[in-house]
Design a protein around this ligand. Structure first.
Ligand code: ZN
Length: 688
């Protein structure tokens, strides 16, 4: 479970940008440390709209850069990180590193991506072998093999909560829900190009308009790939994906771990989900020696498999062709890049302008070689002092969370013992992993952008498959150090705080503690809480899916969750679209309890000292303002709609509203009955 909506490589390629790098605040704030006082809008009442109070002036004066769908401090940090990474990779290239070393791989991957003249000159040639293989498919067995060969480890159900893959299925390899010491492959639904089934089935004029654009996009890609009668072929592809969408689980359903825990013996796949030639499929996917595969989406697996038999081979060939072109568009000639951006960038995200190539190149290199770039990045930009400071802060916040467990009036001593056991065994990774991925088997060839990407994806898949049969490494990282984000890993009972988020404005050694605790402290509290949110609470101290609760305690906990879900259900980002309180429940529990934990941790860090006022704001006010400023983000409308439909996180504005569940916020801003955010004490949700 993440702190914020992730920038997947595919997303960054679409939304990262063409304007000159502009730091979000450093140029305009009078003090570069702590609160951004120039963002605050004192004409708003803090109790009516706390987010606008903390951020209104910034929201009024800021335009989203043309190459982005969202903009705020986190996005500025991501751009800043990309700029520094570019410098590192360009320096690495000039140093002429030895073949097979990490600097060579990262620098050559980037340089090959950047060589758009070479990519243009090759035309369709790099894609052609793939198109030829698709063209030769003449039976269900051959189709099943082709579908199996395509599988990659490109989904992640519980850590990154990434449920989207445009391949027929996605694979995730991690500890078994029932025996977390052993790795197992999970199979998740896939096959859709658009972000979620809603885009295919929702009965609204808006989605119908997007679907029309989608048909045109598929047709354009097929035309570029040289398919005759591309309009007819596109109609077949869209019809096929619409049938896939109908059998897909919803985003909220995908979060139900209890429904996902379906270990299927390999031999039973043909009977349980007839259609695919499973033997051919699993052999091509290199899963033919696994005794058991956990099927996360059993109904979708049955439905997708049946489509392999019921739909014409030619539709599947068009579908494979479309995805081969669309997925690889970034490393094909400019016409492919533009066609992909016109739909994925403009239509789906509202982004007017394609990002400059270097930004897309950095995102692509990060996606292909996350820990190779990461080694270079932390070596330069993550001082040991920062790591030590963060480790101390995490320790303080774990203690604060433990004290909150102790103080819970409704929880029985028996459940408290179990909760504290789980807290005590939480593994916290700060900055970067103890052990780096070994990239030596991966060949990165300068000048072969297309081949590099295919080899990197296959290497990544094989690396994940390599975990099968070996003891689970509970220290494994699931996020690169140069990612502005953080993640909780339920099956490892572990947290990752990458180096790139441990920087201003989230964390600044020169800033007052109140703002550090309000920003990065709340992030840390959020991730700790994920081990105890509605999902995390179903895993024990070993990361096993097991109920450690007494019946009464669990009932109380679930009732509090339902109350919080109702609170978020009531938020309306659009007149025709409200938040899904269930889909965002884990994140909202983590926000509310994480903020409370950060507040307690900050008070404890003060000891008996008083916090100095800044800009006329008391210490507690600074704490809550820093929290609301950490969620500052401006959205383009299509991107916001997409997030509401597909993301487990509420949009930043509503995350800032978590404050209304904390008594300390009412005290800090003297919020009384009658203010819009006011909740009577019995309606303030206290989950932890
Ligand atoms: Zn989260």
């Amino acid at each position: 479970m993440l702190i914020r909506v992730p920038f997947r490589a595919s997303t960054v390629v679409l939304v990262a940008g063409a304007v000159a790098f502009a730091g979000c605040r450093s140029a305009e704030a009078p003090s570069p440390h702590g609160l951004d006082l120039t963002a605050i809008d004192r004409s708003v009442d803090a109790g009516d709209n706390f987010y606008a109070f903390a951020n209104g002036a910034w929201l009024k004066r800021t335009e989203i850069p043309a190459d982005r769908s969202t903009w705020g401090p986190s996005e500025a940090m991501t751009e800043d990180t990309a700029l520094r990474t570019r410098q590192l990779l360009e320096e690495a290239a000039r140093a002429a590193p030895a073949a097979g070393t990490v600097p060579q791989q990262a620098a050559d991957y980037y340089a090959s991506y950047m060589d758009d003249a070479a990519i243009e000159a090759k035309g369709l040639a790099p894609l052609q072998p793939l198109l030829d293989r698709i063209g030769a498919i003449d039976s269900i067995s051959a189709l099943s093999r082709a579908l199996g060969e395509e599988l990659r480890a490109d989904v992640d159900a519980l850590n990154a909560t990434n449920f989207h893959t445009d391949r027929l299925f996605g694979v995730w390899v991690t500890g078994n829900l029932n025996d977390p010491a052993k790795s197992v492959p999970y199979l998740l639904q896939g096959g859709l190009d658009m972000p979620d089934r809603e885009y295919y089935v929702a009965d609204s004029a808006r989605m119908a308009a997007v679907r029309n654009e989608f048909v045109a996009h598929v047709s354009q890609m097929l035309r570029l790939a040289g398919v005759p009668k591309p309009d007819d072929a596109a109609a077949a592809v869209v019809a096929l994906e619409t049938r896939m969408a109908r059998v897909h689980a919803t985003r909220a359903e995908s979060l139900d771990v209890l429904k996902a825990n379906n270990p299927w013996p390999r031999a039973e796949f043909p009977a349980k989900a007839p259609g695919l030639d499973w033997a051919a499929f699993l052999s091509a996917a290199r899963l033919d020696r696994e005794p058991t595969i956990v099927v996360w989406h059993p109904a979708a697996t049955r439905g997708l498999s049946a489509l392999v038999r019921s739909e014409p081979l030619s539709s599947w060939q068009h579908w494979l062709t479309f995805h081969a072109a669309d997925r690889n568009a970034a490393i094909l000639p400019r016409a492919f890049v533009d066609a992909r951006f016109a739909f994925h960038g403009k239509v789906l995200n509202g982004t007017p302008q394609l990002a400059e190539r270097w930004k897309r190149g950095i995102a692509a290199t990060n996606a292909a070689l996350p820990e190779a770039v990461g080694q270079l990045y932390v070596g330069r930009f993550f001082p040991p002092e920062t790591k030590a400071q963060m480790q101390a802060m995490v320790k303080n916040l774990i203690a604060a969370f433990g004290a909150r467990i102790e103080r819970l009036e409704w929880m029985s001593p028996a459940t408290k013992v179990k909760a504290k056991q789980k807290l005590a065994t939480l593994r916290v990774g700060v900055g970067y992993p103890d052990k780096w991925t070994d990239y030596r088997p991966l060949q990165i060839v300068k000048g072969d952008a297309f081949g590099n990407r295919q080899r990197a994806e296959l290497f990544d898949y094989q690396r994940h498959l390599g975990k099968l049969g070996a003891p689970v490494d509970k220290g494994e990282w699931w996020m690169s150090p140069q990612t502005v984000n953080a993640v909780n890993l339920p099956l490892q009972n572990a947290l990752n705080f990458p180096a790139a988020i441990l920087a201003p404005p989230y964390f600044d050694a020169a800033a007052p503690e109140a703002t550090n605790y309000g920003a990065i402290g709340a992030v840390i509290g959020h991730e700790i809480t994920h081990s105890f949110d509605d999902q995390g609470a179903m895993f024990d101290a070993d990361g096993r899916l097991a109920n450690w609760w007494t019946t009464d305690d669990l009932q109380h906990f679930q009732a509090a969750g339902a109350q919080l879900a109702a609170q978020y259900d009531a938020y309306m980002p659009f007149p025709d679209l409200h938040l899904n309180g269930r889909q965002t429940l884990s994140e909202n529990i983590a926000d509310v309890a994480g903020l409370a934990t950060a507040y307690d941790g900050w008070r404890a860090s003060l000891g008996n000292a008083a916090a100095p006022a800044v800009g006329g704001f008391s210490g507690p006010q600074q704490f809550f303002l820093a929290y609301a400023q950490s969620w500052l983000v401006k959205w383009r409308e299509p991107a916001l709609r997409q997030a509401v439909i597909t993301d487990g996180h509420a949009p930043g504005e509503f995350r800032a509203d978590a404050v209304r569940n904390l008594d300390a916020w009412y005290d800090a801003f003297e919020v009384k009955l009658g203010r819009k955010l006011f909740l009577p004490p019995d309606q303030r949700v206290r989950v932890w």
